[in-house]
Every structure is written in C-alpha cells, then in structure tokens.
Design a protein around this ligand. Structure first.
Ligand code: 5GP
Ligand code: ZN
Length: 118
C-alpha cells in the first residue's frame, strides 16, 4: 500500500532504525543499506523512508523524492568507490522478480556486470 508504514514491512522497519541496521548513506527522505544476500561486492539498497510498494506508486507529487532516491544511489556509488562502473535498478512487480514490496533501488558494482538484458 502506498504511503503506509507498516510493522509487517521489513524495509519500513529497517528505514525507521528499529532494527539497528547500519546505513551506508542517508538523506532526508531515503536511506541506503547493504543487501542481506549481496550479488556483487557492492550491493546496496536505496529505499524511501515512507512506504511505497514499488516504482508504480510514485506520482507527480513525488518528483522530488524520485530525484532524491536517484541522487542517493549515485552518492552510494561514489562512496563505495565503484565509479568505474555500476548499475542502479528496480524490480517492479513479481514478474520482474520483486520480492520485497517496499520500493527500492539496487546499487550494484565492484565486479564486471555483464549484459543487462536476458
Ligand atoms: P527484490 O527482489 O524485491 O528486487 O529485492 C529484494 C532484495 O532485498 C533482495 O536482494 C534481498 O536479498 C534483500 N533483502 C530481503 N530481506 C532483507 C533484509 O531483511 N535485509 C536486507 N538488508 N536485505 C534484504
Ligand atoms: Zn515499507
């Protein structure tokens, strides 16, 4: 559900600080933390503090938040030292592989990433 922070949502609980997960970076409306099962040496998730289920929940009123998320992703890449090449992606919907239904951007780097599209 858009806009509702729920105690059942793991990323809401992480973003609120409740679980004590360390943030790699943060901004006013977003936080970044390491993926539990990293797919690359750098695998950081950038999430809004507010609950949005996926990219589809962003509306025109969220343009500033969308920009903040993308800027935080690039800040993570800079801090992680992966400016040689990194990838930012989001899975929207189960058919795209989304498993956690709180909007997040993956920031992947630190190894050759290969072709993007299967
Ligand atoms: P998705 O498949 O939805 O695009 O990505 C969800 C990501 O969240 C996966 O890469 C998964 O490893 C990660 N993840 C799932 N649960 C947790 C958690 O409790 N903590 C952290 N840090 N990452 C998680
Ligand atoms: Zn949430």
């Amino acid at each position: 559900m858009a806009g509702e922070s729920t105690s059942e949502c793991i990323f809401c609980r992480i973003a609120s600080g409740e679980l004590g997960v360390e943030f790699v970076a943060e901004s006013e409306h977003a936080v970044a933390f390491r993926d539990l099962q990293p797919q690359a040496p750098t695998h950081v998730l950038v999430v809004p503090r507010r609950h949005l289920s996926a990219l589809r929940d962003l509306d025109p009123d969220d343009a500033a938040l969308a920009g903040e998320l993308v800027l935080l992703a690039s800040e993570v890449a800079r801090r992680e030292g992966v400016l040689g090449g990194y990838r930012v992606l989001t899975n929207d919907g189960a058919e795209a592989g989304q498993t956690v239904f709180h909007l997040h951007f993956h920031v992947l780097g630190g190894r050759p990433l290969g072709a993007l599209l299967a």
